[in-house]
Design a protein around this ligand. Structure first.
Ligand code: GAP
Length: 509
């Protein structure tokens, strides 16, 4: 996988992601999506929306406001419990998330496991059975046990709010400040991640508000509105995409952890007692959605939570292999009836459903799927970016985006800027642009234009040459194989539809 710095610079150089307000030196952990980035982001959002809402007759979408009544966050538990444990290094004055320091320590042990596996793969070549090796090699088993013991203790200490033990763990493991190398730590303290703001003009009547830290609550408070107006029968889901805000202590790794980001969430309302089955089912459905993009099964894994959020009775992450290791991409949470019951209590409004099959009223249970759109962007972008050495020894930068997500689907290139070729190329653009994002480029030699489209992730280039004027054919160049075939202009719409129709991708789920 490409070096992380290269990923960040490519995102900027090719108009995908810019640091926010860059002329003022940027704002930490806040980013702007540029002309190509916004298209990639929209395509990811659409791919999610179509798979969730369009393909499920029992899932509907909403778009709730970012501002919500402040009691929402009391009821949801965020005012009291949406905290991160933070620790300061007294020498460097740097602030860290205590749990992240411990997790990074474990990630280093995991790197050792990966090294052992790589060595053994080389040694045993074809006869190598990775699963058996990982399960039996004493060194690997030892490393894995160490990781498990550390994470278990961390999980238990956080669960019990035993922050003194989290500090003890950091000290026992000898974890040093990544900045200064010092082990001179303060105590661990809790820090609430919600951003506050005020609604209203005059100081005494202004109301304290929060910027929502998750989109989910906009769904919970609308549960009954949607159920009644949509005549929804349980089980059913409500989906939503939108901005969320968190005052992250450790905001780094580009768009992996941001202070303003976008979530794609779906709450699935179910009868009490059925949460286990639905939880397992949604875990699998969501993993399949990721796999449908063809970014390699080996790059995904589940991570079951030891430490559960205040609302969950089971939770797992779908982790993706980012350039800095396996990290959370999506969360699947069995949220019980925590949220609806709590909103009932705080609002004194009944949030119940009459189930005609059970002939009873109940507060539904909820299984939630929640994926960060920006994190999904980073997963796709970092997986796609690669340097390739070609047969002739030259190299090219390739952004091998899944074609269905590519910002520009096809670029039309007249071989030269004269002889009527630009006119014909523009005619083709005008015909294709109704269905597909189509670019026109006539600047520079055609080889350089191909390279530019490769770096932008454009799956196909259509080249219009002199033969095109005579027989109404063009060359269609495939980004990944660089193969070119001669095709009739009249066949282009059908050919491209086969490549980009979302059906071909989502049918695999
Ligand atoms: N409603 C449940 C919820 O918000 P979460 O695990 O805190 O759960 C869900 O967040 C997803 O949102 C994460 O898996 C991640 O993809 C994304 N996410 C969370 N915090 C983020 C941040 N600071 N920057 C970017 N994405 C974030």
């Amino acid at each position: 996988m490409t070096d992380f710095k290269k990923i960040i610079s490519h995102a900027k150089e090719y108009g995908f992601v810019f640091p926010s307000s860059e002329i003022y030196d940027g704002l930490s952990a806040v980013y702007d999506y540029a002309q190509n980035g916004v298209a990639l982001k929209k395509n990811i959002r659409d791919y999610w929306w179509k798979s969730m809402v369009q393909l499920h007759s029992n899932i509907v979408g909403i778009d709730a406001a970012i501002f919500m009544h402040p009691t929402t966050w009391k009821a949801s538990g965020h005012v009291d419990a949406f905290n991160d444990p933070l620790i300061d290094n007294k020498d460097s004055k740097k602030r860290y998330r205590a749990d992240v320091l411990v997790e990074d320590y474990c990630a280093k042990i995991e790197t050792k496991i990966e090294k052992e596996v790589a060595k053994a793969t080389k040694r045993f070549s074809e006869s190598f059975d990775k699963e058996q090796f990982v399960a039996t090699n004493p060194r690997v088993v030892g490393y894995q046990e160490k990781i498990n013991t550390i994470l278990k203790r961390l999980g238990q200490s956080l669960e019990k709010e035993d922050l003194a033990d989290v500090k003890n763990l950091i000290e026992e493991l000898g974890i040093a400040c990544p900045e200064s190398g010092s082990r001179n730590w303060t105590d661990v303290k809790q820090f609430n991640l919600m951003f506050g703001t005020k609604l209203g003009a005059s100081a005494d009547s202004a109301m304290d508000l929060y910027l929502r830290p998750e989109t989910a609550q906009g769904i919970f408070v609308n549960f009954l509105n949607v159920q009644k107006t949509g005549r929804m029968k349980i089980p059913f889901g409500i989906a939503q995409t939108g901005k969320a805000f968190r005052n992250e202590i450790v905001a780094r790794q580009f768009i992996f952890r941001m202070r303003e980001f976008e979530q794609m969430e779906m709450q699935f309302f179910i009868p009490p007692g059925t949460q286990k089955e639905w939880y397992e089912q949604w875990k699998q459905t969501r993993l399949n959605w990721h796999l449908s993009l063809g970014m390699g099964e080996e790059n995904y894994r589940f991570h079951d939570h030891e430490k559960l959020a205040h609302y969950a009775d089971a939770a797992a992450d779908i982790e993706f292999k980012f350039p800095f290791g396996f990290k959370e991409l999506e969360g699947i949470h069995s949220r019980t009836d925590f949220d609806l019951s709590s909103h009932e209590e705080f609002s004194r409004k009944k949030l119940q459903y009459f189930d005609p099959e059970r002939n009873e009223n109940y507060v539904p249970y909820v299984v939630e799927t929640s994926v960060g759109l920006d994190r999904m962007f980073l997963a796709v972008f970092s997986w796609a970016l690669r340097e390739e050495t070609l047969e002739d020894g030259s190299s090219r930068t390739l952004l091998k985006l899944p074609a269905v997500l590519a910002p520009t689907k096809v670029a039309v290139l007249p071989l030269v800027k004269k002889d009527g070729l630009p006119e014909l190329a523009n005619e083709i653009v005008d015909n294709l642009k109704w269905e597909h994002a189509t670019a026109y480029d006539e600047k520079d030699a055609v080889g350089r234009r191909y390279r530019r489209q490769d770096a932008l992730g454009t799956p196909f280039c259509i080249t219009v040459d002199h033969q095109s004027l005579e027989d109404k054919t063009v060359t269609l160049r495939d980004r990944d194989s660089m193969q070119q075939e001669r095709v009739a202009i009249a066949d282009l719409p059908k050919l491209l539809d086969e490549k980009f129709n979302i059906k071909h991708w989502l049918q695999k789920i």
